[in-house]
Design a protein around this ligand. Structure first.
Ligand code: GAL
Length: 964
């Protein structure tokens, strides 16, 4: 005989959205109705299963005095130093058996308790609503011992009518939160699983005659310059907009001349919706979004999205973000030229959307829906194709649309992410189209565009994107008529993403391509006492996806990574182009709406990398899309035969809401006089001693030909180096098997090259050392000759490399590595200030730079190759000056590549001293003739062929001297 008990927690596995909640409606703050935040310290008891404890804790008088305390909003697993359980990271695998709608018996459950009094001035009349803005993943709620309902839909609001239950003092609010529920099957986003009440809890007074739900319709007619406003409201009232002299009844349209809203010109009008019992402030942005001529047009113009995918993240608080953190995100986006954000993969905290309205960002608001783990079983049983789940899907769509419908910044509703295809998605799209015809519908999984208004893809390779731009991609009839966006591209995991400039060129070239959204905004590293930042696996998870959760343009502490600086340059809204040869530049306004009146232009002239003169450049206030040729001034006279450049910058002419005056928006750099290459007359002759050979300022080991000293500086001899600590993008994603060079390089043995010495020849005017560099077990090798010459004070090294055997792989790097006993300050003339690689070098500006060795490092959460500076003419560190012929890539670090390669967290890397490294070096310097590109293969394409470092016969030189 078998039986199953029915328990009080059956709702956990119920596919329905919940019970007891009020219908969804617009989210707003009232001007005059009272509200009480219930954020703060709550009592918490965590149990291992959903039904370990009965519900007596919800009774009035229950003594929770011995319970722990947590902060709400918050996730309990990020509080209590691990005593409440730990975070789990999986990309798409469900961390529980897939048997929908069942969840494991082991279901961490947090009973939350809070006792509160009503403020003294809380009105005695009217009703009240209790609002939860986000609880993961399922909650049951009691107020003063009465069960008021339960809900799922973690990143969506849920409200309950509670006025009849409230008391003046001693209200007991009890919330039982289960980590796993049927809802978890719909929330398989690539992120940490973090249970808790992670957004605000608020009690809202609802006066008699107060506003219930309302929908602001504010369109803009670009042909007449007029806006039409109509505010539909469940409760009748009046709408006033003083600046527009509007005073109309709800439901009544009014058309007046207005300034339109756009992400570039986010003009908002303050208004008020007044009903009998309440006044609600409105921030109205007039804009019209349509699909026309196969393009997404706003206010009559096709727009180009320069976007990013934003998960909510804070390294200590997880997805419980405060307003200042949200503002920081928006300001960082604006300062880096972004104009769009996809709220991957759920509606964000509503305050974030207010900020997008205010500062100006186009938004794809995405529903809290992903069922990606079903891909493991060929999408069998996928909830989005199973009618039993459709009410839950529609509930999620409605909660998003109703909450967020009054934000002008939202131009697309997105059905969710990576949920396959199915009838449930179609039902959502139909409902959304019916409810809000003023916006478009997005969903990436729908390649036939059955339900969507845009053809959207993720990580499409450049060639495919180009063919889509050309309309050669085929597809359904409907799809062929639609514009294209990449809702995810440029996987910013670790060092990278590479190749985004090449994408941007395509986006700008083909009308159909309306831009993209980099994956993703921030690394979801969790601050950790021993590891610095933790990632998947660091909490002992059974299944995890490692550092795939750290793939953002900013580090967990919100410091911009080089990827963000690259992106800023790539998407800059003004192009300043030319080769400098005829003293003329072409300036193009690449905004969609704004003219150039907000910008001031400045030229400067560099001699040997140092600015000798600067001035303002007159650029006409070009309208969006226009270009003009602009003359540079006459070059300043005496450049002493040195290298020169022009640098032109577009700066903010005045303070804006998002950056101060003089903030650099765009720049261009143009060569003037080219660089005189260093030359060393080979006048000195190698002198053979007993142990040493001397040549000019240098001494060499007589037996090995290895350089020992230059002037007074002892060095670990430069020798050929081809290895780099592979990046996440080198290693590639598991599903890309044939071109994962990080893996192939290691298989070939490039990380363990052996150096065979063939000869040391002290000739007339050169010391020549012949070697062969090759990995064990392979026939391929690099015949490498080092030729040293000197004029008595300077020392020149020429390295000649000839590949032998059949090289089928590109090389990670090609150059020399040397060691120095010490170095701290570094100066260089070349690309900077930050790192650059062949396909991530757009933001590298040629000039004179300085740094410490420590500051040259880029702190990728999982250590990997980083920190190279491009186009270096010369560098000085540790008492040496190194000049390149030609320019070189410069890297210096306090550990070896091998140590960097072995490290899993930044805390594994510690600076050594020359003596404890046992090799007379504490700082390792790479002088590279070439580096392989970076690409984006941790999820997308590898480097494009033009960024490959191919093994071919090569020669390059360096000139060494000592600094004073
Ligand atoms: C996409 C997905 C994102 C993220 C990304 C890889 O497939 O939509 O959520 O997983 O890949 O980082």
């Amino acid at each position: 005989m078998s039986f199953r008990t029915t328990t009080a927690v059956d709702y956990v596995e119920d596919v329905s959205p919940g019970r007891g909640a009020l219908p969804p409606r617009a989210w707003y703050s009232s001007s005059d109705a009272a509200s009480l935040s219930l954020n703060g310290r709550w009592r918490l008891r965590v149990s291992a299963t959903a039904d370990a404890e009965d519900d007596s804790f919800a009774e009035e008088g229950f003594d929770a005095g011995d319970w722990a305390e947590v902060t709400v909003p918050g996730h309990w697993v990020l509080q209590g130093d691990g005593s409440f359980g730990s975070p789990i990271y999986t990309n798409h695998l469900y961390p529980f058996p897939v048997d929908p709608p069942h969840v494991p018996t082991e279901n961490p459950t947090g009973d939350h308790l809070r006792v509160f009094d009503l403020p003294a001035d809380w009105p005695a009349d009217g009703s009240a609503v209790l609002r939860f803005d986000g609880v993961e993943s399922c909650a049951r709620v009691w107020l003063n011992g009465t069960d008021i309902g339960e809900f799922k839909g973690s990143r969506l609001p849920h409200e309950f009518a509670v006025g009849h239950l409230l008391k003046t003092v001693g209200n007991v609010l009890a919330v039982r939160v289960h980590q796993w529920s049927a809802g978890s099957y719909l929330e398989d986003q690539d992120q940490w699983w973090l249970p808790g009440i992670f957004r605000d809890v608020t009690l809202l007074h609802r006066p008699a005659g107060s506003v219930l739900d309302f929908f602001v319709h504010a369109s803009y007619d670009h042909t007449s310059g007029e806006g039409t406003l109509r505010v539909d409201s469940d409760v009748d009232g009046r709408v006033t907009v003083p600046a527009l002299d509007i005073d109309v009844a709800t439901g009544e349209p009014v058309t007046v001349p207005v300034r339109p809203w756009s992400a570039e010109t986010p003009y908002l009008y303050d208004g008020v919706l007044a009903t009998e019992g309440e006044r609600v402030p409105l921030r109205i942005g007039f804009r019209t979004v349509v699909l026309e001529d196969g393009l997404i047009k706003v206010n009559g113009k096709a727009v180009l999205f320069k976007g990013v995918n934003r998960h909510e993240w804070h390294p200590e608080k997880g997805r419980a973000l405060d307003l200042e953190t949200m503002r920081e995100d928006v300001l960082l986006m604006k300062r880096h030229n972004l104009n769009a954000v996809r709220t991957s993969h759920y509606p964000p905290h509503p305050a974030f959307l207010d900020l997008c309205d205010e500062y100006g960002l186009w938004v794809i608001d995405e529903c809290d829906l992903e069922t990606h783990g079903f891909t493991e079983q060929g999408w069998r049983d996928n909830p989005v194709d199973d009618d039993r789940w459709t009410p839950a899907l529609l509930d999620r769509a409605a909660r998003m649309v109703e909450r967020d419908k009054n934000h002008p910044s939202i131009v697309f509703w997105s059905l969710g992410n990576e949920a396959g295809t199915g009838r449930g998605l179609t039902a959502m799209a139909e409902w959304i189209h019916g409810r809000d015809s003023s916006r478009l519908v997005h969903y990436e999984g729908d390649w036939d565009c059955r339900d969507t208004d845009v053809y959207s893809r993720m990580y499409a390779f450049h060639a495919e994107v180009e063919s889509i731009g050309q309309g050669l991609d085929g597809g359904t009839h409907k799809r062929r008529e639609l514009p294209f966006i990449q809702c995810e591209y440029g996987h910013a995991m670790g060092n990278g993403p590479g190749g985004i400039a090449d994408y941007q060129r395509l986006f700008e070239k083909y009308e159909r391509l309306q831009g993209g959204f980099i994956w993703e905004w921030i690394d979801h590293g969790i601050k950790h006492p021993e590891l610095g930042y933790a990632y998947g696996g660091d909490f002992g998870e059974e299944l995890h996806d490692g550092n795939f959760v750290c793939d953002g343009l900013i580090f967990p502490d919100r410091t911009p990574s080089p990827g963000l600086l690259e992106y800023k340059k790539v998407i800059e809204p003004v192009h300043i182009e030319g080769d400098g040869s005829d003293g003329t530049l072409r300036v193009t306004n690449r905004h969609d709406f704004a003219d150039l009146s907000a910008l001031a232009f400045e030229w400067s002239y560099q001699v040997d990398g140092e600015t000798v003169e600067a001035g303002t450049l007159n650029v006409p206030s070009l309208a969006a899309g226009e270009s003009a040729d602009v003359k540079l001034p006459e070059p300043p006279a005496d450049a002493r035969g040195a290298e020169t450049q022009w640098t032109v910058r577009a700066l903010l002419a005045a303070d804006t809401a998002w950056a101060p005056k003089d903030h650099v928006v765009a720049w261009g750099q143009f060569p003037g006089v080219s660089r005189p290459l260093p030359s060393v007359a080979p006048t000195d002759r190698p002198a053979l001693g007993e142990k040493l050979i001397t040549l000019g300022p240098a001494s060499f080991d007589v037996r090995t030909g290895a350089l020992k000293t230059i002037g007074g500086v002892s060095v670990v001899s430069p020798r050929l180096d081809v290895w780099r600590a592979t990046t996440d993008n080198d290693d590639g994603a598991e599903w890309q098997s044939d071109t994962r060079y990080g893996v192939l390089w290691r298989t070939l043995g490039l990380h363990r090259m052996q150096h065979r010495l063939d000869s040391v020849e002290a000739g007339e005017n050169a010391l020549t050392v012949r070697t062969r560099v090759a990995p064990a077990a392979r026939e391929v090798g690099l015949d490498t000759v080092y030729r040293w010459t000197s004029d008595g004070t300077r020392l020149r090294l020429t390295v000649s490399v000839t590949p032998e055997g059949e090289w089928t792989l590109p090389l990670p790097r090609l150059g020399v590595r040397l060691g120095l006993p010490e170095a701290d300050q570094v100066k260089w003339f070349g690309g900077g200030p930050g790192e650059a690689y062949p396909d991530t070098r757009s933001a590298s500006l040629v000039g004179r730079w300085q740094s410490t060795v420590d500051d040259l490092q880029t702190p990728y959460v999982r250590p990997q190759e980083n920190g190279a500076r491009a186009d270096v003419r010369w560098a000085e560190l540790g008492g040496l000056r190194i000049e390149g012929d030609p320019e070189f890539w410069f890297t210096a670090r306090r550990w070896t590549t091998e140590q960097l390669d072995a490290a899993t967290h930044l805390t594994d890397l510690t600076a050594g001293t020359a003596s404890d490294s046992g090799s007379a070096a504490a700082v390792w310097v790479n002088l590279d003739h070439g580096l392989h590109g970076i690409g984006s293969q941790s999820c997308g394409p590898g480097p494009l062929p033009q960024y490959f470092l191919r093994a071919e016969p090569t020669e390059f030189s360096f000139v060494f001297s000592v600094t004073d």
